[in-house]
Design a protein around this ligand. Sequence first.
Ligand code: ADP
Ligand code: MG
Length: 697
Amino acid sequence: MFSSPGVWREFFETYYRDEINKLAGKKLSGVRGSIYVDVTRDLLIFREGKLAEELFENPEVVISHAEQGLASAENIYDVSLEGCKVRFVNLPASRRILIRDLRAEHISKFVSIEGIVRKVTEVRPRIVKALFICTNCGKELLVDQEENVIKPPSECRACHSKGRFLLIPEKSVSVDSQRVKIQEYPENLRGGEQPQIIDVLLEEDIAGEVNPGDRVIINGIVKAVPRGSGKKLVHMDLQIYGNSVEVLQQEYEEFEITEEDKKKILELSEDPNIYDKIVRSIAPSIYGYEDIKLAIALQLFGGVPKRLPDGTEIRGDIHILLVGDPGVAKSQLLRYVHRIAPRSVYTTGKGTTTAGLTATAVRDEVDGRWTLEAGALVLADKGIALVDEIDKMRNEDRSALHEAMEQQTISVAKAGINATLKARCALLGAANPKYGRFDKYTPIAEQIDLSPTLLSRFDLIFVMTDDPDEERDAALAKHILETHELGEKLAKFKNVVASGLSKEALEVESEKVKPLIEPELLRKYIAYAKRTVFPVLTEEAKQKIIEFYLSMRGRIKENSPVPITARQLEALIRLAEASARIRLSDKITAEDVERVIRITKRSLEQIAIDPETGEIDIDYAFSGTSKSQRDRILTIKKIVEDLEKEFEKGVPEKEILEEAEKRGIDKAKARELLYKMRERGELYCPRPDHYRVVHSY
Ligand code: ADP
Ligand code: MG
């Protein structure tokens, strides 16, 4: 073997003089630090890379040589660097192994894996040298510990007794220790694949450095550990003993955009039809829904997150909710977005893991330690979370979602774990109506199982209904038949070159449902835009937004409904930013604003038109009570209150209805409201068909 403490000492003294002196300074003040060796930059070129080669193949021995070499390295303080750690970072791509490709051949080798932190345990001491006292002669014995279970000495060195030994934890040597689980990137999984996970042990100064949701590179030694608690099994699990952790900072670092890609992206961005092209590249096999597809395109590019001078943070992420009848391709759309988003997590409201949508503290199955586990929104940090059947989510998730959607963080405070995780993601949710089908004449808040406050956090809500419409039905049927026929032919063509199926003819047909921009290029386009483009409002754009806002608010004469609120105004700005980003433009123009006003109005028309007045009323959409209805409820309450003086044992229904009619509320409507108010506990019946007002004191 070429490696020896002497060679390492030479390596450090040649390449890491400054670092050694810093480390020595720390050591003087009582801190045992680590030195970080850049493998690709330095170790690979030292002595033709021989040390690097041996490190990869024989890490245990070589790292021990390196630490001995470091311990004796010369430094300006003339202190021994004994006990300092050598950590290796920036390994060459050839050492990068996918989690799913780890095999027996990697055991005891030095590798580099990349993924997202899924779970972290608390940092707790682990005994590495246990001190025992022989109960026979009283001799103290120090025993190295490498396994999960404490190993006593086999016999006493002094009296050779094989009897009882007493562990003295306070005199044993412990290090900080933590286990984390690293999962493959969720966006690299294709339809239904289970993510592969690996356990990593992090000790001493690298324990407690990562959080669930972080994207990291872990460099370390692959170990085989017995599976389960029975220690004699031949089946083993793989684990990595971490030597170093590199937390990836930059957005979409894992995306490599070549000069050639860049050329294509810039060319596309100048195409006057770029919006249409992108819309037609989102789920081309799904017919129609151009508005929704444009909204999704805007969501993929996203607005600009802002931090104001007073510390306030404003999200740039755009949240969209699709509500609609079963079978209108909601799930299909979500799955397609999962394929083109540069970073995304697909899940259902019920969730597939213990952490569900958000995050939670759970007991670790191995050692009972508390563990913080990331859910879908944390794993989707800086990307997009696709949540199907969001109306079915668990109650814990409902409350956490408020915080996640607005502050973009998730706080966990449970069992001594107190953490705030980042969840800077856009949310695309799909929900089914409670009663099977969507009813145009009932406010959306009453039809889906989401609270008004949650609903109001979505920038755009779209209703997808399956109303029979001859023209659309015919076109849809034709589209679906054509897609299926094409799929059949493609399947057939794979096996036989059947007569009548020329390759050219098939290609012509395929064009119809082929995305105009290949998913691979679109992903890069989005990543490039999010990384480099930060558009700013122009004067005319600002003017346009203000005009729209005022024109909607301006409808408030004395008593008319509240059409849009400041929340929708913020949504407009975010959407306009995204619109400029699609062109890779750093200026938000009047056209951008017009485009997003069109789409905002489309959304509001679907959810916020009070069917009685025909006007847009945000309260109608989110609280389920329109201004006109609220007025009538107040009127009825007043009537009951007034009549109570005459009818002490409750006001007869008949009297109320007659009085209501005099004030312009027809009897059927008044009866409906009476029942509703009783249900909500605003009125009560001391006896059948007699009403009194419930007073809250
Ligand atoms: P949902 O989640 O809304 O209940 P799905 O996404 O499961 O509906 O869609 C049901 C099926 O109907 C899918 O196979 C989908 O492709 C098809 N489908 C529905 N609407 C369309 C459409 N507009 N274009 C193409 N296919 C459609
Ligand atoms: Mg579905």
